[in-house]
Design a protein around this ligand. Sequence first.
Ligand code: UT7
Length: 322
Amino acid sequence: MTITTNPQTSLTPTTRAAISGLGTARGHKVVTNHDLTLTLDTSDEWIIERSGIRERRIGGSCLELSTEAARKALTQAQVQPQELDLIICATCTPDQVFPAVSNRLQNELEANCGAFDLNAACSGFTYGVTVAEAQIAAGMERILVVGVDTLSRFTDWNDRSTAVLFGDGAGAIVLERTHNTQKGILSTFLGSEGRFADLLTCDFGGYIQMEGKEVFRQAVRVMVSASQQVLAAAGLTPQDVDVVVPHQANMRIIESAMKRLSIPLQKASTVLETTGNTSSSSIPLALDAAVSKGLIQDNSLVLMVGFGAGMSVAAALVRWGQ
Ligand code: UT7
């Protein structure tokens, strides 16, 4: 059984939750830095130097993107939608106030299970993984966890301080009960620092407002602390980590966090150069890239760590394989 403290650890369970399928989707239209210079007082050099982003993908609804990612994850896991026990959709940009994206996704997939959305901004996917792991510890067999966001719909395209950063996308995993206790999720951490809530906001009918410099500073701090906590909970150290899959907000944030953790930068999977910051979907997109490039292999120790508006933070440590 998982111990319900924070950080959570499943060090002596009889079962674990392991990732059996992974799928992603990107916004339909490529928008390059050059495209943005046509309407904004910015430059390709500034955007690359300050963020590491060269282009982003925008377009598609949360339902379209999450359906595409979910179908790929289910196919890879060889799981039929009807075999799912639960669908969790992490999003802060649902297509409607209600119903939840997850209900429409459940219908689209013809699944027959409960479904709910979860909003923890850019930490949402890792929050979803943590909730799913607890449900598997409580008896469920197979859960679909999706991170999907369409921040382009909440971006003021005349505001150069935010417009250059964000993109749309989705990523999905199937989490399944495994009796191989060496594999799967080893530990998780969830955090909230609500005193920083005003640093990054979006009101109903409004656009993203951000105090970028301060978000940057706090992001590095919480990423490092969350990473240290999940590692300590599993009795492991930063030196044991094979691949870090960080939230893809800014290359300089990732560099700073990796340096403070004393983990070589080459161990970080990054996709933000071509995706921009895709909020809840950024971690599964970077996870998928690491698997495709062969960085993650059977038995790799993978550290996922996200942060975002809230300020929310979440981390999960996974021993890859089933
Ligand atoms: O998923 C969640 C979260 N969000 C983040 O993680 C964002 C965290 N923060 C950041 O990534 C960085 O703070 C930014 C990329 C947003 C900004 O980089 P920065 O190095 O902190 O720049 P800055 O905000 O201090 O701005 C420096 C200068 C300013 O001009 P002055 O005041 O020095 O004359 C800005 O007006 O750069 C100017 N600037 C721009 N210039 C060209 C701001 N945006 C742009 C732009 N193009 N797009």
